[in-house]
Design a protein around this ligand. Structure first.
Ligand SMILES: [Zn+2]
Length: 113
């Protein structure tokens, strides 16, 4: 993991957009599930982690949706949490942000790996 530090952080348009989407999904999750108006500590931590992973994504602007990525750079517990968050927020994203959300929603058959 030490090589990550030396890489230039991603700052392309696509990565920026992905960051917005993941933050939006975490916000929806926290608001509806945890009934918070600002992110609770746990969701803030997950948000920071997700943003950081995106900054370091080795694919940069070439990346696909994280659910389809072969690397799975998330640590196990964060991975579980982001999956749960996305599963929960997915339908709301369809409602509020239909275009951006489509490729981020894991298909039902793919959740149980
Ligand atoms: Zn929360």
């Amino acid at each position: 993991m030490t090589t990550e530090v030396k890489r230039r952080l991603n700052d392309g348009l696509k990565i920026q957009k992905e960051k917005e989407i993941v933050s939006t999904m975490i916000r929806i999750y926290c608001k509806k599930k945890h009934r918070q108006n600002v992110l609770c500590a746990e969701c803030q931590d997950l948000n920071d982690y997700a943003i950081h992973r995106l900054s370091l994504c080795p694919f940069g602007e070439e990346k696909t949706a994280c659910a389809k990525c072969p690397i799975h750079c998330y640590k196990q517990d964060y991975r579980q949490r982001i999956k749960e968050t996305m599963r929960y927020s997915g339908p709301w994203m369809l409602l509020y942000h239909p275009i951006e959300s489509i490729r981020h929603i894991p298909l039902p058959g793919k959740l149980r790996k």
